[in-house]
Design a protein around this ligand. Structure first.
Ligand code: AQP
Length: 321
């Protein structure tokens, strides 16, 4: 029996190459070896997106991105989180066995607090909704970037706590984080993140890719000065897109045989050849909105049926009957 893999991405904006290497590419790579459930986390996106039209458009775009990146609906159940409303019921039940100080320890919560953001209750309860997404499908494996690792710990803790209180009900899931791509840096060297404005969109046009790469800040070393590839934001992206040339580029960096401008030009060229086939596939898929909606509907029906069966067990376990 294949292990159950589950993960999702929020439709809170255009997917970027951090989302791709940190998460989406792994979903694609693991879809042969696992029974896969990949959703679009539109309930989660409500914590930040407050315009219905934007949420609807982003959701449709992410569905196209999933397919263009190589998720195959024959192998992977693709669905909208909101087509499985059972997760909100389960999140409520989890919130009732979870303490507020525990939720306040989440990095995402502390980050928002440090930035003095107005924190909505949805943001605070985010880890419980995520735990519900994962546990309601009895997922074994959850591929994510490093920033989400703590949330998987929350899901594990919640499964264990529920099982202790009400009897063995949930599988305790494991995070799957690939160290090499755990934190993809953005154009400013911080984690690539929509909210930091340092992203290169996965489906950027060639001009956007060029603009994004050329704007990456570097130090002011001249062409012949030795450079440290480990602290260069351009080189960090070479590690993803220039794998064949990496040893040569590293040598040229260390020996002062390449300037940042040339390094960026090489990166733009390599990014374009990597991203062009994905872009072409996306254009084709985007032409048939009905087919995309049909794939999500079929996936939603399947995911919901599984969730409903699990919720029957949960309701009985907690005494809601
Ligand atoms: N820079 C990154 N490196 C590696 N993995 C990343 N992920 C996101 N950014 C990077 C992974 O992408 C998946 C989906 O993430 P999400 O939908 O939760 O979005 P996010 O993490 O909130 O992405 P952003 O861009 O950082 O959004 P904002 O700025 O709105 O918070 C996750 O598996 C995540 O680890």
């Amino acid at each position: 029996m294949k292990k159950i893999l589950l993960s999702g991405i929020q439709p809170s904006g255009k997917l970027h190459i951090g989302n791709y290497f940190g998460a989406l590419k792994q979903f694609v790579d693991l879809q042969e070896s696992h029974e896969c459930y990949i959703f679009i986390a539109n309930y989660h996106a409500l914590t930040t997106v407050t315009e219905a039209r934007t949420l609807r458009t982003n959701t449709h775009e992410v569905a196209i991105d999933y397919l263009a990146a190589g998720l195959d609906p024959e192998k992977t159940t693709l669905y909208l989180q909101s087509d499985v409303p059972e997760v909100t019921e389960l999140a409520w039940i989890f919130e009732c066995i979870t303490t507020v100080p525990y939720l306040e320890r989440a990095h995402a919560f502390k980050d928002a607090e440090a930035k003095s953001k107005e924190i909505n209750a949805g943001l605070m309860n985010y880890p419980m909704l995520m735990a519900a997404d994962i546990l309601v499908q009895d997922a074994d494996v959850v591929p994510v970037g490093a920033d989400q690792k703590q949330h998987i710990e929350y899901a594990r803790d919640t499964a264990e706590k529920f099982n202790r209180l009400y009897g063995d009900t949930f599988t305790v899931p494991k995070a799957h984080v690939l160290e090499k791509v755990a934190i993809i840096p953005g154009t400013d060297g911080r984690k690539m993140s929509k909210s930091y404005g340092n992203v290169i969109p996965l489906f950027a046009t060639p001009d956007e890719v060029k603009g994004g790469v050329m704007a990456i800040p570097t130090d002011s070393k001249g062409i012949t000065e030795p450079k440290n590839p480990d602290t260069c934001n351009v080189f960090a992206l070479h590690r993803l897109f220039s794998t064949d040339e990496l040893p040569e580029l590293e040598m040229r960096y260390r020996e002062g045989k390449i300037g940042y401008h040339e390094s960026k030009e090489i990166l733009v060229r390599n990014m374009d050849s990597y991203l062009a086939p994905l872009r072409e596939r996306r254009e084709k898929i985007a032409k048939d909105a009905k087919a995309v909606a049909g794939i999500l509907k079929a996936g939603g029906d399947k995911a919901r049926a599984r969730a409903a069966a699990k919720m029957k067990e949960v309701r009985e376990a907690v005494g809601l009957v």
